[in-house]
Write a new protein. Structure first.
Length: 497
């Protein structure tokens, strides 16, 4: 379907996000509990123990989407206010795919010259740190390089919650997943040097790649250049290669996150240069909306020669889509109350994605993509966003890595897989279900009811924090037949039959 400006404006009328209460507030008693005098008891508890913020406020499942509007999508520096629809969209993706609540936090007067000029790193850091205690994590969004590197590093050093710049790391995580599966297919174990390019280089080298050339608008980042910023300098190597074409000669893999055209109108990568790559090359061409190399251009160059092609577009196979990353990375980080998102957590996310792509794809996922035949191979190395198993593969891998590295406040995640399964697969519609409870498990403050006799290996139901049980504790329901009233993916009421 072709989208028109009118369709887009109508879709966004009134905004895309809003506030939803998680507790009943419909009489004088619940009013007194929700606000004064009842709320004072929670305030006093937080004074005594700040961990109560996680258990008794929205903090445990809330992310701030922070931006100064200096690098918004492909629109560039349009300012914080004009970037709000994008930040709302990001929040909508957090909720839809990761079951994470998120809210836009867009800063005016955070530039070197007030509302003009480049990012004022000190101001963005100060403003973000000032509001951070309400949130379980900070997602930095659309902040221009190189300021974005300093903002993320300084905030993560200051705060005890995860700080993640998706423009840097999101593309890197998904790309690494594709690279892992490229290596699986080919048996084998070049790049743009903006925010995403530098982080991709950092991630794939941390994952084991040894021979890498980083390229920016002036050519290869080699050790003889004196114009490299500290981030690019880290990846400068001794090499005779000077141009993009030089770098492609004999390369197994080309990862491009730049633009289709240079400022002078020339192509950033001519299709003919690909002929000089190694046997069975991988081309990740991720400029949006116009990739550096289109799939049909690669097809014309390689003919019958085997290759793997990936872009950032949804209408071509192997899309590198950031929505495969941030909702699930934060899901895992929030659930174990992580203090940061470490390199190992990012690599674990990529490995979880890569593993999922190698699994059989359920029919419901195929239907969501028009009945496409999705099977692991050159045309399918990266999972699809509407595969709900992303929660059980990627979020779980992130949480496990956080616990292993000592970056999590929650250490017992033995019941976390059941929690994620219930979160992922309980329908979001309002309905009633009958079940015979085989067992109950608890992850933190969440009860999960399991009926092992249901078809396809059983069903897991996630209980709402305020579930009505008629006085029965969830663990007393084992062996009993019950009727469950569900809405928005959670059990709201339990009646024993």
């Amino acid at each position: 379907m072709k989208l028109t400006p009118e369709m887009a404006l109508e879709y966004h009328l009134g905004g895309k996000i809003g506030l939803k209460l998680t507790k009943r507030l419909d009489d004088s008693q619940t009013l007194s509990l929700a606000y004064t005098p009842g709320v004072a008891e929670v305030c006093k508890a937080i004074v005594q123990d700040r961990n109560v913020l996680y258990s008794h406020t929205a903090k445990s499942n809330l992310v701030a989407v922070v931006s100064d509007g200096t690098a918004v999508l492909g629109l560039g520096d349009i300012g914080a206010a004009a970037g709000i629809p994008v930040m709302e969209g990001k929040c909508a993706l957090f909720r839809t795919f990761g079951e994470v609540d998120a809210w836009p936090v867009t800063f005016e007067n955070a530039r070197v010259n007030g509302n003009s000029g480049p990012t004022d790193v000190d101001k963005v850091v100060e403003f973000t740190a000032a509001i951070a205690n309400m949130y379980g994590g900070i997602n930095l969004e659309d902040i221009a390089a190189p300021a974005c590197f300093d903002v993320e590093d300084r905030l993560q050093e200051m705060l005890d919650i995860p700080v993640f710049h998706d423009d840097q790391w999101g593309t890197a995580v998904i790309t690494l997943a594709g690279v892992i599966n490229y290596c699986v297919i080919t048996g084998m174990a070049v790049n743009g040097a903006g925010a995403a390019g530098v982080r991709i280089a950092q991630m794939i080298m941390a994952a084991g790649v040894k021979d890498l050339l980083l390229i920016d608008t002036k050519g290869v980042c080699h050790s003889g250049r004196d114009d490299l910023n500290p981030f690019k300098r880290t990846y400068a190597v001794d090499t005779a290669a000077r141009t993009h074409r030089d770098a492609l000669a004999g390369a197994d893999l080309a990862i491009m996150v730049s633009n289709r055209f240079n400022r002078d109108g020339s192509r950033s990568c001519e299709p003919s240069w690909l002929k000089e790559m190694n046997h069975y090359p991988g081309i990740f061409s991720m400029a949006n909306p116009d990739p550096e190399i289109y799939p049909d251009e690669a097809r014309e160059v390689f003919g019958d020669k085997p290759y793997i092609m990936s872009t950032g577009r949804s209408d071509f196979p192997n899309q590198v889509n950031n929505v495969l990353g941030f909702p699930f990375i934060f899901r895992g980080a929030l659930d174990v109350r992580a203090k940061r998102i470490s390199m190992n957590m990012k690599i674990a996310a990529a490995e979880g994605l890569a593993r999922l792509a190698r699994e059989s794809v359920p029919d419901d996922v195929k239907r969501a993509y028009g009945g496409q035949e999705l099977e692991f191979g050159p045309g399918y190395i990266i999972p699809k966003p509407f595969d709900r198993r992303l929660l059980t593969f990627e979020a779980l891998a992130v949480a496990q890595a956080a616990v292993k590295d000592g970056d999590a406040r929650v250490s017992d995640i033995s019941n976390y897989p059941q929690y994620l399964a219930a979160l992922a697969f309980t329908p979001k519609i309002e309905f009633a279900a009958r079940a015979e409870i085989s067992k109950t498990v608890r992850f933190e403050d969440n009860w999960i009811l399991i009926d092992e006799k249901k078809r396809n290996g059983g069903c897991a139901y996630l209980c709402d924090a305020g579930v009505e049980t008629g006085g029965a504790s969830p663990d007393s329901l084992v062996g009993k037949r019950v009727e469950l009233a569900l809405n928005d993916g959670k059990v709201k009421k339990i009646d024993i039959l």
